[in-house]
Design a protein around this ligand. Sequence first.
Ligand SMILES: Cc1cc2nc3c(=O)[nH]c(=O)nc-3n(C[C@H](O)[C@H](O)[C@H](O)COP(=O)(O)OP(=O)(O)OC[C@H]3O[C@@H](n4cnc5c(N)ncnc54)[C@H](O)[C@@H]3O)c2cc1C
Length: 231
Amino acid sequence: MARQLGHTIIEPRPALTPLVASDQWVKPLQGVSLENIKIQALPDPRLEQTGELLFTHFGISGPAVLNLSSWLGSRTGYPVKVKIDLFPSLSNEQLAERLRLCFRQNAGKLLKNSLSELLPRRMIQAVLSIAEVSPDKQVDQLSRAELLRLTHTLKNIILHIKGTRPLNESIVTGGGVSTAEINPTTMESKIVKGLYFAGEIIDVDALTGGYNLQIAFATGYLSGAGAASIS
Ligand SMILES: Cc1cc2nc3c(=O)[nH]c(=O)nc-3n(C[C@H](O)[C@H](O)[C@H](O)COP(=O)(O)OP(=O)(O)OC[C@H]3O[C@@H](n4cnc5c(N)ncnc54)[C@H](O)[C@@H]3O)c2cc1C
C-alpha cells in the first residue's frame, strides 16, 4: 500500500535471524550451547559479537548470532564465512598453557575424555575432528604441532553461512518504507499528507536489547499524536 502511494520500499529482509550453515559437522551438535564465544564476519572482522551461541539442526542461533545477522544482512550479504573463537578472553599462548595444564591433570587419559572441563562433550569430538587430532590419542602423546593445531582451532572455527532462516522465523524485519520519505519528528509521510508510519514497516531495525520495541513505542507515540492532531 505504501508503495502504491509512491513510497520507496527497501526490500524487506530477515534481521535478528538464525543463520543456515552448509557445514555438515554442525548438525550433530544440535542443542549444544556455548557461552562467551566471539563470532566474527570474515570479510569484515569489525562485524563481531560476543555472547551465547546455540547450534541447531540447520546451523546456528542464539543472541550473538542474531545480533551478527543484523549486520550480515545489510553489510556483507550471503553466502559469508564467519569465524568462531571459543575462548576470546585468552590469547593463543594462554590457551595453549591452559590446555597443557588440563593435559597434565588428565595424564594417561584419552584426549576425548580430557577436555570436558573446557568444552561440552559433543563439541570436543567436533573440535578434534576439525583440528585433525585423533580423539583416541593419550594426552601425553600429543605432539607440539597437534597442540598448536588444537589451540588454533579452538580460536578459529570457520563456518560457511549460506543464508538466513525465513522472514517468519526472524525476530525483526529489516527494510521497509524508506526513512528519507518520513518526517522524523512526526512520522508523517513526506509524500502523502495525513499518512503516518510506526514500527517495523519503517526501514529501521536494531540489535537485541529492547531497541526494536523502543522503535515501535517511540514511532507509535509520534505517529499517534500526529494523527490525533489532524483537525
Ligand atoms: C519472538 C520475538 C521476540 C522479540 N523480542 C524482542 C525483545 O526482547 N526486545 C525488542 O526490542 N524487540 C523484540 N522483538 C521485536 C518486537 O516485538 C517488534 O520489533 C515490535 O513488536 C514491532 O512492533 P510493530 O508494532 O511494528 O509490529 P507488531 O508488533 O508485529 O504489530 C503489528 C500488528 O498489526 C497487526 N496486523 C497485521 N496486519 C494487519 C492488517 N492487515 N490489519 C490489521 N492489523 C494487522 C498484527 O496482528 C499485529 O498485532 C521480538 C520479536 C519476536 C518475534
